[in-house]
Design a binder for this molecule. Structure first.
Ligand code: AP5
Length: 224
């Protein structure tokens, strides 16, 4: 199997976290980092950086590029992913042009550049309905949806039995701001990755449409 270094792009609520969990189940050699989970863990641990980050997330803004790039570089080093044999998936980073070029700089030093970028293309009207029904298990980042993927016991995590919570940035006003920011950042990111011939879009609105396409695409390109 060829090493896979995948970036999953998509609007907030498009299902990046959900698709990541499915990939991790089916492709056991792949590991994943979710930028949102890393940030929420910092907030939860009440670190100094977590207190600063919390202000940005609560009002739906992006965390500044330099903070994000530093956190992600540290995490990539800690996990020893900066080598060309490693297979991994990034969910939520990079999400600006500046972060993308910074990431390439860091990865380029180890010869382990991204070799696949997949954009999930989901109708944004559908996304707004999903967010109202989303609940998460904060310590693990596991995501539930009261309609599509409900927990076995209402409002409890399936694995630990701990209570689920609503994200502070999942209210209508903040969510619309996150969508607007995504829509302004995605154009430059597409322009950055498309000429590298590693960019692929998967479109679909329903639960059964996106994952079979993603799984087939990754198997064909990288083996399973
Ligand atoms: P982050 O946590 O990355 O949030 P996001 O990108 O806004 O994406 P979401 O987690 O909201 O959604 P998702 O696409 O993972 O969808 P999910 O699978 O949950 O970032 C949060 C904040 O952190 C940002 O706003 C920013 O402030 C900051 N941040 C993070 N990274 C940053 C960076 N690189 N730079 C700067 N700042 C950064 O699915 C959504 C719901 O739909 C769930 O309930 C799910 O169960 C349901 N669902 C999923 N798929 C389906 C389906 N096929 N059918 C029906 N329901 C479905």
């Amino acid at each position: 199997m060829k090493p896979l270094r995948l970036l999953l792009l998509g609007a907030p609520g498009s299902g990046k976290g959900t698709q990541t969990s499915k990939v991790l189940k089916d492709f056991s050699h792949i590991k994943a980092i979710s930028s949102g989970d890393i940030l929420r863990q910092q907030i939860n641990a009440q670190t100094n950086i977590g207190k600063e980050i919390s202000r940005y997330i609560k009002n739906g803004s992006l965390v500044p590029d330099e903070i994000m790039a530093r956190l992600l570089e540290t995490e990539l080093q800690r996990r020893r992913w900066l080598n060309r044999d490693a297979s991994w998936l990034l969910d939520g980073f990079p999400r600006t042009f500046t972060q993308a070029s910074k990431l390439d700089e860091v990865l380029g030093k180890s010869g382990a550049n991204l070799n696949q970028v997949v954009e999930l293309d989901v109708d944004q009207k559908v996304i707004l309905q999903r967010i109202e029904a989303r609940w998460i298990h904060l310590p693990s980042g596991r995501v539930y949806n009261l309609d599509y993927n409900p927990p076995k016991v209402p409002f409890k995590d399936d694995i630990t039995g701990e209570p689920l919570s609503k994200r502070s940035d999942d209210n209508a006003e903040t969510f619309q701001k996150r969508l607007d920011i995504y829509n302004s950042e995605i154009g430059p990111l597409r322009d950055y990755y498309k000429p590298k011939n590693i960019f692929h879009t998967i479109s679909g609105n329903s639960s059964d449409i996106i994952y079979p396409q993603l799984s087939r695409y990754l198997s064909e390109k990288f083996g399973s």
